[in-house]
Design a protein around this ligand. Sequence first.
Ligand SMILES: Nc1ncnc2c1ncn2[C@@H]1O[C@H](COP(=O)(O)OP(=O)(O)OP(=O)(O)O)[C@@H](O)[C@H]1O
Ligand SMILES: [Mg+2]
Length: 559
Amino acid sequence: MANFPGRFQLRSTQSAQQSKALRAARKMHIYSASTTPGDRNYTQRSAAGLVVGLINKASSSQEMDATAEASSGEGARHAHGAKDDRPEKKVPLLGMFRYADRLDMLLMVVGSLGAVGNGVSEPLISVLFGDVINSFGESTTSTVLRAVTKVVLNFIYLGIGTTVAAFLQVACWTMAGERQSARIRSLYLKSVLRQDIAFFDTEMTTGEAVSRMSSDTVIIQDALGEKAGKLVQLASAFFGGFIIAFTKGWLLTLVMLTSLPLIAIAGAVSAQLLTRVSSKRLTSYSDAADTVEQTIGSIRTVVSFNGEKKAIEMYNKFIKNAYKTVVEEGIVNGFGMGSVFCILFSSYGLAFWYGGKLIIDKGYTGGKVLTILFAVLTGATSLGNATPSISAIAEGQSAAYRLFETIERKPEIDSDDTSGMIMENIKGDVELKDVCFRYPARPGQLILDGLSLQVASGTTMAIVGESGSGKSTVVSLVERFYDPQAGEVLIDGVNIKNLNLDWIRGKIGLVSQEPLLFMTSIKDNIIYGKEEATLEEIKRAAELANAANFIDKLPNVRK
Ligand SMILES: Nc1ncnc2c1ncn2[C@@H]1O[C@H](COP(=O)(O)OP(=O)(O)OP(=O)(O)O)[C@@H](O)[C@H]1O
Ligand SMILES: [Mg+2]
C-alpha cells in the first residue's frame, strides 16, 4: 500500500565541452582563381567528458535532488558542487510546446484528462478501503458478504476507469512527445545546415551539433511526453488526496500533517549531506577516468618516460578516494532512509491513536480514519514522486533553449534566401575591390587589408604567398562563405551580396585545398554538385579538376 519508497538514482549523461586549437600551418603555394580551402578543421573539438550526476534521494514526501557535476577538460579540470556557477538558460514551461500542432494539442488535452483520472484514482481507492472496513465492522456474519459485495463492485468500476485513464494518459502524451520531438529534430537539422560558415567557426563545432541532435532531442522528448503526463497525474493525486482527506475529516488530516515537516527535515538533511559526498565521489571518478584517458591517449610518451607505474599509482589514489566517499554515502543514505521510516511509522501510530479518540469523541468510523490516513499518504507520496518529473521537465526546458536558439537563428548569409539577382548570361569576371576582412572567430586579426584584384573571364590567376597569408580566404569570399567587413566582391560587376546565393554557388566549381570525398563512388561524389549531370560532364569535371588521370589509374573503374 502507500509506502514511501526510498529511492536512489544515479544518472550520468555525457555532454561535450570544447576547446579550440588553432590548426597547424599548412604548405600550399599556388592556386587557380577558383580554389578555396575546406577550412572546417579550423576549430578542433577536444575530447572532453562532462559527467553530470543527478542524485535523487527520495525521502518520503520530500524528495530532494541535487546535481553534482564534475567536468573534465583537456588539461583543465573543474569540479563543481551542487550548483553550477552559470545559471542555465531555459525556455518558459509553455514555451517548450512551441512546435506543437493542433493534433499535438488535442493529444495533450486528452492525455491530461486521462492523467487527472489516473491521478485521482489513487486517493479514491482509499475511500473504497474505508468503505470496506466499515462494511466489515458494521455487519454480522450473516450480512457481511452482501455488504462487502456492494463495495467490491466499486473496486471493479474504479479499475476499469483507471485502465482507460492510464491508457489515454500514456498513449496520448507519448505520441504527442514523439511527434513534437521529431519535428524539432528535423527543424534543427534544417536550421543547422542553413547557417553560415561563421556560425560553425564561432558557435558550434560539428561535434556539438551532432551531440545536441542525439542528446538534447531525447531529453526534450522525454520532458514533452511521458514526464509532462506523469506530472499532471501526480499533481492530481496530490490535490485529490488532500481534498479527500480534508473533506472526510479535517481534524485528523491536520494532526497527520504535523509529521510531514519532520520527514521533510530528515529527508533534506540527508539529501544535503549526500550531495556533498557524491560530488566528491564524482570528482574522484572523473579524475581517475582522466588519468586513464591521458595515459592511454599518449601511451608512447608515457612509456618513454617509464610512467606506467606512476599512472597506476595515481589511478589507485583516485579510486581509493572514490571508495571512501561511497562508504560515506552509504552511511548517510542508510541513516536518512532509516530516520524517514522511523518518523513515518511513528506517525501511523499517532494517526491511529488520535483516530481512536475521534471515534469516541466525534463519531468517526474506523473506515473513515483509514481513508484519511491513506489519502494523506497518497497525496504526500505523489508530491515526493514528482521530483524526477520536475527535474526532467527542467532539463527539457534547458535542452529546448539550446535547440530553439539554433532553430530560430537567422544567419547573415542565408542559404535558404531565395531573393537576389539571377543573371541570364554570366561571364565570370571576378573582382575584389578594397576588401578588408577579419574572420569572425578571430576579430583581432586583419587578414585582408584593402585587397583589390581582377580576374577577367577566361583567364587563369595564381595567387602565391606564404602559408597563412590569406590565399584561401580570397576564395572563401568569392564563394561567399563570409562577407568582407569593407569593400566588395563583384562578379560581372555585380556585388555578390545582391546575387541569389544558391544560384551563384551553383555556378562556381571548386577544387579545395583539402579535397573531401563522401563515402560513395567518385562518380556519385561529382554528381552531388549537379544532380542531372551526364557521364560526359562528369568526365569533363574530373579532367578540369586535374583528377582524371588519377581516377583512371584506380583499379575497378566502372565506366
Ligand atoms: N575559419 C577561420 N577562422 C579564423 N581564422 C582563420 C580561419 N581560416 C583561416 N584563418 C586564418 O586566416 C589566415 C589566412 O588563412 P588562409 O587559409 O587564407 O591562408 P592561406 O594563404 O590559404 O594559407 P595556406 O597556404 O596555408 O593554405 C591564417 O592566419 C589563418 O590562421
Ligand atoms: Mg590555403
